[in-house]
Design a protein around this ligand. Sequence first.
Ligand code: TNX
Length: 480
Amino acid sequence: MSRMLTVIPAPVSAEPRPGADFDLTAATAIVAVDEAGPVAGYLAEILRAATGYAVPVVPDPTPGSIELSVGGGEDGYRLDVDPQGVKLSAATAGDLFAGVQTLRQLLPATGTQWTVAGGRIVDRPRYAYRGVMLDVSRHFFTVAEVRRFIDLVAQYKVNHLHLHLTDDHGWRIEIRRWPRLTEHGGTTAMGGGPGGFYTQDQYREIVAYAASRYITVVPEIDVPGHTTAALASYAELTRDGVALPLYTGTSKSKGFSSLCTDREITYRFVDEVFGELAALTPGPYLHIGTDETHATPEEEYLRFVERVVPMVAAHGKTVVGWQEMLRAAPPASAVAQYWGRGTDDRLIVEAAARGNPVIMSPNKHAYLDMKYTPETPIGFDWAGHTDVEKSYGWDPETLIDGLPKEAVIGVEGPLWTETVERFDQVEYMTFPRLPALAELGWSPRATHDWPDFRRRLAAHGPRLAAQGVNFYRSAQVPWE
Ligand code: TNX
């Protein structure tokens, strides 16, 4: 079967043409000018590494080449492959990058015969927000690991990377005005390991690397709960003026810590932390957490959220918060991230009706830290087991009864890392569920079809293997 029919996420339309394959040879060049330049450079690097060919990037039309262009036309991209060459044209550089991910999948996973499947693909995303979250607080992951994570998820057209930078177990981003957050609060992790943190320069490096893959970083500082690392670093933030011990406990956190939401220093702290983060973050979003605040009295929680949402927005950013934030009925500009199937559904429906955009991360389907099956060696099961069919088997627009569908801006798969200590385990929990979630975020609903998805996913086994990805070989997929 043509590789045009194994692309993930499924494109809007794919028309394979038998006999129209294009052979990449030692003579193949990439033709690109202006805005297409950076994506052409990226594609050239990938093709050189795979084929060993020179793959020059040239400005002038050349027969038998891969031609990339940006501008004109509607959104999305269009890819034409015939024996004379490949033409990929896109509305924006980001769309071109997405098209390049499709083009990569038209080549074989390995081998010496580099044939691009012939035909035409026309494609554009269903949602603007296609995300994945990495929790670097419970266990820390290095800049190099985050870069690899970015490369792995980018091939499935993920365009937002949510970094859960702080929690009870560790504070992972340098804040110049509050240096002990990382000097002390970054020194350990769940289970007592060495922890770690990103300097501001390292964070900038992650943001820039993500941007080179057309991925926007969404940094999260979780307040007012999940804050032991901060309360251990600064005695003046605690109620009795005594710093808490660092926390390395190994059960699921249930929201046992809280900033003092009735004290002015807390608001100065929040303002300064988000101020520095805003200055470091070119993307539009800052995530304020607000989840699981069982240690914060409800009245105070509401006042905290009412005050902090505009405070963070005043740094020029769009505020994102977990669904609990909606109890305080934030302005319609604030984005809600839905995680709980069943809980808070009414809050989400009402907020969406008021105009708050919604990111869908339903735990039963989208949580990448759930075990696949009872046998999965790591992961939680508090939201059940989530094998690939379940991560794929839902619709962001109909999951919640009564949700106005225009409110849904996309889908995100959060990887919490209480049980995930090493990067090979990050890969194991993320793949192959992330491709399923990415397809829900990108592909038109009309393409949704489990038997077809599992067949296409099977063809991605050799691709992931060739990249050295430690993916879970789900028994639900007839792996090639
Ligand atoms: C719930 S759902 C959390 C996280 C945990 C996760 C573990 C939500 C917003 N918070 O603090 O890491 O469960 O599955």
